[in-house]
Design a protein around this ligand. Structure first.
Ligand SMILES: [Zn+2]
Length: 349
């Protein structure tokens, strides 16, 4: 009887340990933070990306070197595996990846970069943000979406536009790809906060544009401008992602950093400025509050921790939970417990 008691207590302790592991290893809070990426196929659009051609060209784009080769960019855009483990061509051929960090329902925010393909600082900043969020996912609250390269062909060919129109003037038209971002991602996913990140050729270094006449947009824009020493302006342009989202009563803004009309390179600090605008935004929404003394100002950090994300991808399946392993572990312990009881009873007959 004494032995049986010890066995039960041991098993219970193991189960408690496994539950603890489940929480701690995969983020804060009761459920942890799920990190997934899904692939948005712009309905009716072909991104026009010739994978093999672009993959050759990308090595010439110094900005993305950190993400090339075995890095995140290559895995997400070019190399991934379907649910059967077969290598398939990259995602940029007919859509673009959207990253989702989910801890709880609210607040729901989105970071969009690369609507104008050749505005590299914000795209590089978005990749850096993805790495930061992944490494610090226990600090995430609510739901954060990141589209790091919303116009992949234009980005990879160093062009502003691809579809024959300025995508940031036609977001109010649902048949355009920027209109799809608003309708099929922002509105369908019930996103409340929208940050659209760009670069510009201007005498001013950092700008935050609000949708003029929309209080929510003006409020968030003023706060982020203030936090990042960016100048605050009202946008005169209709059909921008920001104005279109403001018309849907969302808190939206456009962030700009000056890039000296330099495409294909990033001037010093521009990626960092854009990244800081993103952090100030997610701080405002309370999605991600970073310790000020923990801020990494050294440009790109190691992105190797995210290198396994691509292999988790199951084609067009969303979301992909990263809590699968601890759950399996729990089931295994339960199995051990049952086996233990069975053999103990058998031995004592
Ligand atoms: Zn732009």
């Amino acid at each position: 009887m004494y032995k049986k008691f010890i066995w039960i207590v041991t098993c219970l302790m193991l189960l408690v340990f496994a539950f603890t592991l489940n929480d701690n290893a995969f983020g804060a809070g009761s459920g942890g933070t799920d990190v997934s990426f899904w692939f948005y196929n712009w309905t009716g659009f072909d991104t026009g990306a010739n994978i093999s051609q672009i993959k050759d060209n990308i090595s010439q784009i110094k900005v993305f070197e950190k993400f090339n080769s075995e890095g995140l960019l290559t895995q997400v855009l070019f190399d991934h595996y379907d649910s059967n483990g077969n290598f398939v061509k990259g995602l940029a051929s007919n859509g673009t990846p959207i990253f989702k960090f989910n801890n709880s329902d609210e607040p729901r925010s989105i970071v969009i970069a690369g609507t104008h393909g050749n505005e590299y600082p914000s795209e590089a900043a978005a990749f850096k943000l993805i790495n930061t969020l992944y490494e610090n996912k226990y600090k995430i609250k609510g739901t954060i979406y990141v589209i790091p390269m919303s116009n992949p062909k234009a980005a990879l060919e160093v062009q502003r536009e691809y579809f024959g129109y300025d995508p940031n003037r036609v977001a109010n038209n649902s048949s355009t790809f920027s209109g799809h971002i608003v309708n099929e991602v922002v509105l369908k996913e019930n996103v409340s906060y929208v940050g659209d990140f760009h670069t510009m050729y201007d005498t001013r270094l950092k700008l935050i544009f609000a949708a003029s006449g929309y209080p929510k947009s003006e409020k968030i824009s003023k706060v982020i401008a203030d936090k990042t020493n960016s100048e605050y302006y009202l946008s005169p342009n209709k059909g921008t992602i920001t104005v279109t989202c403001a018309e849907h009563n969302l808190s939206s803004f456009t962030a700009e950093v000056e890039d000296g009309n330099n495409y294909g390179i990033i001037l010093p600090n521009r990626d960092q400025w854009s990244y800081e605008q993103m952090l100030a935004y997610l701080d405002y929404t309370q999605n991600y509050v970073e310790d000020s003394n923990n801020r990494n100002s050294s440009g790109f950090g190691a992105n190797s921790d995210l290198s396994d994300v691509g292999h988790d991808f199951v084609s067009n399946t969303f979301p992909i939970s990263r809590t699968g392993f601890p759950l399996l572990f729990l089931l295994f312990l339960l199995f051990l417990l049952i086996c233990g009881f069975y053999s103990w009873n058998k031995n004592n007959k």
